[in-house]
Design a protein around this ligand. Structure first.
Ligand SMILES: C[S@@+](CC[C@H](N)C(=O)[O-])C[C@H]1O[C@@H](n2cnc3c(N)ncnc32)[C@H](O)[C@@H]1O
Length: 267
């Protein structure tokens, strides 16, 4: 049997994989073959599959078409209008998991779909709190984290967290919006057209949201607790400066195109 013959759902409609790959490629999908396979694996009827293909061909991000993303080995639901988790953020998950003692508290700020929190929770026994300012992201993250020991709250950064968490947070993870306002127009259209500005725009130098989170972090962290964040390479020095100004010891873990910067709380 040809493994590329797909029968869609329970109806007898065969979709020609080769034609689908050609259609996706013509629409500019770089990974047309992988995308075709993912679309054809969806257990949908022919009409809804055609609607998904049409959406993808018109530029909707694959993850929004599928309704999920594979992030750090976890299938994360991603709703329309919610930021699609990026593979580069998997570094934060690895670093977070490495230092977390069982039962400790993880706070994922700017949680979006809840991808980072869910990936950490899949590998470490932690109590998770996640916050986001966008109600769509919060609803999405609540679904993502439904089976984890997690509380997802709507609001600005640390604002909605219970006060008794102060001084008890072992690790903060945050991928804040970090694109400078002036660079938003340069983003790929999939980001500009399908992801909300609140998820992308980090103000004049891209660090406005992150700087506020850093300033508040010491009040929430345990002694030697960690604040893990991702910034662009050109923002590393400013992020390190903000961490040090807040009294955290800063370390840069991946001096790369996007960099993982860590702030350690002092004793
Ligand atoms: C770049 S996305 C990252 C989402 C998620 N952490 C991920 O990696 O997929 C930034 C997220 O920050 C949220 N956000 C922006 N400003 C915020 C604020 N002041 N407080 C809480 N969340 C905020 C946005 O709604 C968006 O979901």
């Amino acid at each position: 049997m040809d493994p590329h013959d797909h029968r869609v759902g329970h109806i007898d409609a065969r979709i020609d994989r080769h034609a689908l790959v050609a259609r996706l490629r013509a629409a500019g999908c770089v990974f047309a073959e992988d995308e075709a396979d993912l679309l054809l694996l969806e257990p949908r009827d022919a009409d809804s599959l055609e609607r998904m293909i049409a959406a993808r061909v018109s530029g909707t991000p694959l993850e929004h078409v599928l309704g999920w993303a594979d992030f750090a080995g976890v299938r994360v639901p991603v709703d329309t209008g919610v930021f699609v988790p990026r593979p580069r953020s998997e570094f934060i998950v690895d670093a977070a998991v490495e230092g977390l003692a069982p039962g400790s508290v993880l706070v994922d700020l700017c949680c979006g779909s809840g991808a980072i929190a869910a990936a950490v929770a899949s590998r470490a026994r932690v109590e998770v709190f996640a916050t986001d300012i966008d109600p769509r992201a919060v609803a999405n993250a609540q679904r993502t984290l439904a089976s984890a020991h997690a509380t997802v709250l709507l609001g600005d950064l640390f604002g909605p967290l219970p006060a008794d968490l102060r001084g008890r947070v072992a690790t903060v993870t945050i991928v804040a919006p970090y694109v400078p306002t002036g660079d938003i127009a340069l983003l790929p259209h999939e980001a500009r057209d399908y992801e909300p500005l609140t998820a992308l725009d980090g103000g004049s130098d891209g660090l406005e949201v992150l700087r506020r989170a850093i300033a508040e972090a010491p009040a929430w962290l345990t002694p030697f607790g960690r604040f893990l964040t991702e910034v662009a390479e050109h923002q590393v020095d400013a992020a390190v400066g903000a961490l040090e100004e807040a009294g955290l010891r800063a370390e840069v873990l991946t001096p790369d195109e996007s960099s993982l910067v860590v702030g350690w709380a002092q004793e």
